[in-house]
Design a protein around this ligand. Sequence first.
Ligand code: FES
Length: 171
Amino acid sequence: MSCCEGGPGRHETPEELSRRAFLSRAAAFFGGLIGAVLTGVGLGYFISPALREKAGAWVDLGRAGNFKPGAPVLVEYTQRKRDSWITSETRSSAWVVTENGRDFTAFDPRCTHLGCPYRWNAQDKKFLCPCHTASFAMDGKVLGGPPPRPLDRYETKLEDGQLLILPQARA
Ligand code: FES
């Protein structure tokens, strides 16, 4: 062993230089790889709640065959809403109407005048709002009173015999 091995002024052999260059490049590569993975995980953490919110917006109201033609029913359901990372549950309802057992309409349960809850009057076959004596037909059209428009509807669809609605966000 010589007295000056590894000391100042020592010249590296070509093999030592190429090993150092290799280790330096490997460190840069793995550093970049770890950074990319962490960035991907972070973006997924921030973005995925918004994507899941859209996917879960439909609400299942039960078997379509349970709704009797010509007899509107007020169905209560629980709506889960995700606001960033907080999930909350809200009890809501919708009037479900079918005249033939195949086509379904779901109405927002608030009167289109000032938002009072209305009721179905089976004897008169119309919806009645007690607040300012409005009335609506089974298809939601205004029959009388101050409402400026028909009842608001939710989008509906059938899946495997289940009736699903897409409620709009409430103010
Ligand atoms: S809120 Fe229904 S008629 Fe006014």
